[in-house]
Design a binder for this molecule. Structure first.
Ligand SMILES: Cc1cc2nc3c(=O)[nH]c(=O)nc-3n(C[C@H](O)[C@H](O)[C@H](O)COP(=O)(O)OP(=O)(O)OC[C@H]3O[C@@H](n4cnc5c(N)ncnc54)[C@H](O)[C@@H]3O)c2cc1C
Length: 325
């Protein structure tokens, strides 16, 4: 049986902090809004959200449940599904969901975040977001004064210096082929950061926490936390039908979607908010970005509707003159 697609002013792909904040701004502006959400926010592996003023330590999914309930209060509708494909014609966007449903919308806000592709270290994924970490603002305080190892990467020296602010027991384990830049080595030595030329190729731990590093030469070492640098990947396959592509981020941290400062992409009617356009944004920044982009999309719709109303008014005036009234 063929179902009639739902129609709305704005479809938001992704119901994390960015998507929910955009949804709330648009719902409060009396726009019809549908949020499509696959339910896998980036910080889900972490126990709590930190550096979100008034919500410090709240489990990530609880924060989103609160945001969803607020948005629903303004008439925002939710589809617990994944957007898989999008096309565009004169009437707007048609979006296919993985549950077989479809959606028609005048605008899309892509707020689908990024995925963290972890370095190849056996066993690491089980501890990601627990005590396998990347961000001192997300979980640095939780490992203060602990024995912290840093896995080599293009960002490892920076990360070691950041985590040194939290503990005086920080060690950088460098890959065998790595020649540390003398200036970087001097900085690490000046801050009392250990430098050990030994390649970590696996980790092990208990049910909740990583406890040991395993080196390629067969040795191991106990540790309290491991700092790693994932590749931040912006998934845009659901929008490839309208020509959206991800771009390599200038910092080298991964890929993202290029927009102007208002969140508008190069594809007419398609906007982006949150980590997908700013992979470094924390939760509160993603929420702020969602609000900003939601407001910009509302303004864009108001302009379109006003232009249409003015054109209709002029046609009406011309018709009146033509009919001699
Ligand atoms: C381990 C870890 C811990 C972190 N801890 C903190 C912290 O303590 N404090 C902090 O401020 N920041 C933290 N961050 C950063 C935080 O995760 C991001 O700032 C935040 O998730 C960005 O929000 P977002 O809405 O842009 O994306 P997300 O939160 O990732 O939400 C995107 C949503 O879109 C959905 N989605 C993706 N593709 C589709 C699709 N095709 N169709 C439908 N839905 C889709 C996803 O399932 C997800 O629900 C942490 C990050 C990590 C990796």
């Amino acid at each position: 049986m063929k179902t009639t697609p739902d129609a709305c002013d704005v479809a938001i792909i992704g119901g994390g902090a960015a998507g929910l904040a955009a949804a709330q701004a648009l719902g409060r502006s009396r726009r019809s809004v549908v949020v499509i959400d696959a339910g896998e926010p980036r910080n889900a592996p972490a126990a709590g959200v930190h550096n979100f003023l008034t919500r410090d330590g709240l489990p990530p999914r609880e924060l989103l449940a609160l945001g969803r309930a607020e948005a629903e209060g303004y008439g925002v509708r939710f589809r617990d599904a994944r957007a898989t494909a999008t096309r565009r014609d004169d009437a707007g966007f048609g979006i296919e969901l993985d549950d077989g449903r479809q959606l028609l919308s005048r605008r899309i806000i892509l707020a689908s975040g990024v995925s963290d592709e972890l370095p190849e270290v056996a066993g690491l994924a089980a501890y990601w977001g627990k005590n396998a970490l990347h961000c001192p603002y997300c979980h640095g305080w939780e490992v203060r004064d602990r024995d912290i190892a840093v896995l080599d990467s293009a960002f490892a020296v920076h990360q070691a210096l950041m985590f040194r602010q939290l503990s005086d027991r920080v060690t950088l384990f460098t890959a065998p082929e790595r020649e540390l830049d003398p200036v970087e080595r001097e900085k690490l030595e000046a801050r009392g950061i250990g430098i050990v030329p030994r390649e970590i190729n696996a980790v092990r731990g208990n049910d909740t926490h990583l406890t040991h590093l395993l080196f390629r030469d067969g040795a191991d070492r106990a540790v309290d936390a491991l700092v790693v640098m994932p590749h931040f990947a912006a998934g845009v396959s659901a929008l490839s039908g309208v020509g959206l592509e991800a771009t390599v981020h200038p910092s080298g941290i991964g890929t993202y979607v290029v927009t102007d400062e208002t969140g508008k992409t190069e594809i007419p009617g398609l906007w982006a908010a949150g980590n997908i356009r700013d992979p470094m944004a924390q939760v509160v920044m993603a929420a702020a970005d969602g609000l900003r982009v939601g407001a910009m999309v509302n303004a864009d719709l108001i302009q379109e509707e006003t232009d249409a109303a003015v054109a209709a008014l002029r046609i009406g005036a011309v018709a009146e003159v033509g009919s001699g009234r």
